[in-house]
Structures are given as C-alpha cells and as structure tokens.
Write a protein that binds this ligand. Structure first.
Ligand code: PEP
Ligand code: CO
Length: 445
C-alpha cells in the first residue's frame, strides 16, 4: 500500500469543503507548498516522546482552545488569555496528578470545521454553511459565505502570526504567571457552591498558592529552568489540501512530517478507516489524535489503530473519547478492554464537550458544567476498573469572559447565555469555568 501526500485523493473525502474554483485552489496549494513550515520535526518528535510518557502514566496531557479559531481573534489579548488559562489549568493539574503536564493548544490552525449540512437556511435564504475561516467566513452574508481558496493562505499566515507571538511570550517571561497575583480565584467562594465544595476549593487554592510562592521564592531564572513553559499546537486535520501542502520530508530524518502543527487529530465524522483522512494521516510521522464517539465499536477502534499505527509505535496515537456523560460507563469499557487485550499502545484522553451538547428552547447550543465534569469522572472510573491509563483531557475553552456553557461556581443559567455568546461554532468553557474544571479534575485523577 504505497502512500504519498496526495494518495488521499483516491479515497472518498468526507466533509470536503465545496471548492468550485479549481484553478484558484491549485494556485493556493502551490503557494502553500513553497512557504516555510509552521513547526519543526524536532518539536514534533519532542511531543511524541512526551505522549509516550503519558501513555505509560508518567505525564498528563491538557489540550484545549476554541472550537473554531477565527482570523479576527488573532490579537495579543485573546492569545495571551488563552495561554494564561491553559497554563493555570496545567499548574492545577500538575498539583492534582503529581505528574508533569504537557500543554497542547487547539490553536494556530484550528480553522476548519465539519458541518452536518453544506447549506444553511435562515428565514428562507439559503447560503453555504460556515466551514471555518480556512474555507469561508462566519457572517450569514453571500460574500462572507463564498468558499475562497485564498483563505488557505490567510489561515496559514494567521497561524504563523499566532505561533510567533506564543513563542515570544513563552521565551520572554510569560512564566510571570507563576505569580499568585495573576490568579483570579475569588469566584470559588461563590454562594452558588455548597459548603463542602467551597472547603475543598479553599484547600486546593491554599496548596496551589503555597506551591506558587515556593516557586517565586526560588527566583525567576531558576523557575524558568526548572519549569520551562512549553506549548504545543494541534488542530483538526480536516482540510487535506492545507495539510498535504505543508507535508514534507526533512534532512536527516526518515519519513514525512505534516508541519502545519505538532499534533493533528481526525474528527469523529472523518475517522472511516477506508476514507481520505485516515489514508492521509497514516503516512505522517506526527503523533495523531482520533476522536472516538458513542457509535464506535471495539472493531472500529482496532481498524483505526491498524491503519494509523500498524507497528504500534509508542507516542504515536492519541484516542480522544467523547461518549457523552450518560454513555461513558457502558460505551467506553468494551473499547478499552479490546485495545488492552490486543496489547496496543494508545494515549487515552477524554473530550467531555462534544458528547454533551444540547440546544436551549431559544435555540442556543450549550453544555452544562456538571455533565462535562460527569463525563471526565466517568472516564476516570472506567479506566480504573479496566486497569488502563487515563492520560489527558481535551476541552473547548477560552480565556475570555463568555457565557456559552451553563453551570459552574458562577451559576450561569440558560438566561445568562444571551449576555456574551461569542463562539462561531460550539460553546466553550469561560475562564472561571475552565479553571474550576481543572480543580475538580485535579481532585478526581
Ligand atoms: C471538534 O473537536 O470541534 C469536533 C468537531 O469534534 P468531534 O469530531 O469529536 O465531533
Ligand atoms: Co467543537
């Protein structure tokens, strides 16, 4: 079975963006092919090593960011707040898991979305659906919804700008966030919480603050050396024109690297082992994630592993389960048992967001804090019972003060959703909900 960066074109492409300007597409892909990579093979291999450690239970992985990143959100404030929440959550998780935590953003390229329908209609008007900023734009207007191959280049450039800023922040004192005064934790005293939970939070806040003060006392440079802040990038590898154009061989290493990102993942809708996405991702050296939803059987999981990682290389495969809180206890065990019985090496992570989405009576898509937490806790219990390693969590979140998910210490209700519902796709945990979630996970793992 020979493979090339273009062999996916011979397979059915699920959720292919409906490009009609073929010449424009060919030109954009050719331009993308010539441009330098966004990440390096060295970094990709570094992440693979860390994933191998997480597979053995020596590390925990935190992956998070927007459902759909937008070009407009490529601003210093938005990026800084996203890093801040991921860094703070990771520090809480280090504390809870007693393991180093690898941070992987859903950023610098999370611009392509699968949609259930190609056409969206509003008040009798029909336009192409919004497929993410790599393909078209979100406003429900004919011009915005035009599928435009030039956006492949715009996406690449914004991913590059985002990464450039992240790398400079990380290199120049972003570790300031080790200082306790950067943490807003007062909301954990909220009256919406029962006394038992408030007490639990007080205790964790005390412990985390103590650890922060200790690190501060060590002095910035030693903190920096001891805890070099590192962020990796990831996005759903949905648009194969984009991925394949940046896939190349590099000097002194074998094989092909997809250098748009460190860890692309295959979505729930595109994980058919015979389909174009699995064909493409089986050929690259990067670690690859795959979502595993409630319709997946143990056989499906095995076929996916056979296609993507026939040699069972460590650090290569991340299976991100997203069963839904009510399904995790019966849906997950048969898959875990089978993969364990076959002796396959996998990092098991939980995406507790995508199986727990529902619409309010006013038509807003939302998720409830408790259901999300329940899925994570369900995963922890199921992995314990199966003797498999629960190695990470995957969240849709933002560092901003949005109102998209209900619940949490602030007690957000469906009525609050109208206040600042800003996502262009799925609802995200806001800063406080995300931080609180990390406290709850830290005490569960
Ligand atoms: C996503 O991660 O935004 C997504 C579409 O998830 P899934 O493929 O699990 O539905
Ligand atoms: Co989503």
């Amino acid at each position: 079975m020979s493979w090339s960066p273009d062999s996916w074109k011979e397979r059915p492409v699920a959720h292919a963006p409906p490009y009609d300007d073929e010449e424009g597409l060919a030109q954009a892909v050719a331009a993308l092919r010539r441009l330098p990579p966004l990440v390096t093979s060295f970094e990709v291999e570094q992440l693979k090593k860390q994933i191998a450690q997480a597979q053995r239970g020596e590390r925990f992985v935190l992956q998070g960011g927007d459902c759909a990143e937008t070009l407009d959100d490529c601003t210093p404030d938005v990026i800084t707040r996203k890093l801040k929440i991921l860094l703070q959550m990771s520090m809480v998780l280090v504390h809870g898991s007693n393991r180093p935590v690898t941070r992987i953003g859903r950023f610098a390229g999370q611009y392509a979305k699968p949609r259930s329908k190609d056409i969206e209609s509003q008040d009798g008007v029909e336009l192409p659906s919004y497929f993410g900023d790599l393909v078209n734009r979100a406003p429900f207007e004919p011009e915005a919804r035009k599928v435009d191959p030039q956006l492949l280049l715009e996406g690449y450039k914004h991913a590059g700008l985002t990464l450039n800023f992240i790398r400079s922040l990380v290199d120049s004192g972003f570790a300031d966030l080790h200082h306790p005064e950067y943490w807003d934790l007062s909301f954990l005293e909220s009256a919406h919480l029962n006394e038992e939970l408030r007490e639990q939070y007080r205790q964790t806040v005390g412990e985390v603050s103590g650890a922060l003060r200790f690190m501060q006392a060590l002095g910035e440079s030693s903190v920096d050396e001891l805890h070099r802040v590192e962020f990796f990038t990831s996005h759903e590898g949905l648009n194969l024109h984009y991925e394949s154009a940046q896939t190349r061989t590099v000097p002194r290493r074998e094989g092909w690297y997809d250098l748009t990102t460190h860890m692309p993942w295959i979505g729930e809708r595109t994980r058919d082992p015979e389909g174009a996405h699995v064909e493409f991702f089986r050929g690259i050296r990067n670690p690859v994630g795959a979502k595993v939803g409630p319709t997946a059987s143990p056989d499906d999981a095995m076929r996916l592993l056979d296609a993507l990682n026939p040699d069972d290389e460590a650090g290569k495969i991340v299976l991100i389960t997203r069963m839904g809180a009510s399904h995790v206890k019966d849906g997950l065990p048969p898959i875990l048992e089978r993969v364990k019985k076959e002796g396959r090496t996998v990092l098991w992570m939980s995406d507790p967001m995508h199986g727990n989405t529902h619409s309010t009576s006013s038509g807003r898509k939302t998720r409830d804090f408790d259901a999300v937490l329940q899925e994570v806790e369900g995963c922890v219990a199921v992995h314990r019972a199966c003797g498999t390693v629960f190695g990470g969590v995957h969240f849709e979140l933002t560092g901003d003060d949005v109102t998209e998910c209900t619940g949490g210490a602030e007690g957000l209700t469906e009525d609050d959703l109208e206040r600042n519902y800003a996502t262009v796709c799925d609802p995200r945990l806001n800063y406080r909900q995300a931080l609180e979630m990390s406290f709850r996970i830290a005490s569960a793992i």
